[in-house]
Write a new protein. Structure first.
Length: 129
């Protein structure tokens, strides 16, 4: 941590280095502030782990709030014929193939039934040897 700045830092747009330059904010707390963006007011900082009302009161003179910058979401070209993934983690996509609970249960029964049938056939083949 270095000396505090006299100018207020916009919590919605400040980089980690700018946040760490404020007295009382370390790298972990600065990253927490960045991860919980956007903020409507300075009082929203209490949702960051490590900032309580007392800590917020000591930081307020050095912080400001600008226009909330929306979180970036990667833009994707959507193909009308391709189903939209339910979840996205990196380059991995998860699709829901069965829309209702009965279809999922039926699919699981078929999978497990096939597995059990396969085990029975394997046991029968081994007993005939």
């Amino acid at each position: 941590m270095s000396d505090s700045k006299t100018a207020s830092v916009d919590i919605n747009r400040a980089s980690l280095d700018e946040l760490v330059s404020i007295k009382g904010i370390g790298p972990g707390l600065g990253q927490g502030i960045i991860d919980n963006r956007p903020y409507e007011s300075l009082d929203d900082l209490v949702r960051v782990p490590g900032i309580n009302d007392n800590k917020l009161a000591s930081l307020k003179p050095f912080l400001g709030i600008g226009e909330a910058k929306p979180k970036r979401t990667p833009s994707r070209q959507t193909d009308p014929g391709k189903p939209e993934p339910i979840a996205r983690l990196g380059d991995t996509e998860a699709f829901v193939f069965f829309e209702n609970r009965n279809e999922r249960q039926d699919a699981l029964l078929i999978i497990f039934g096939g597995f059990i049938l396969g085990l029975i056939l394997l046991m029968l083949r081994r007993s005939n040897r």
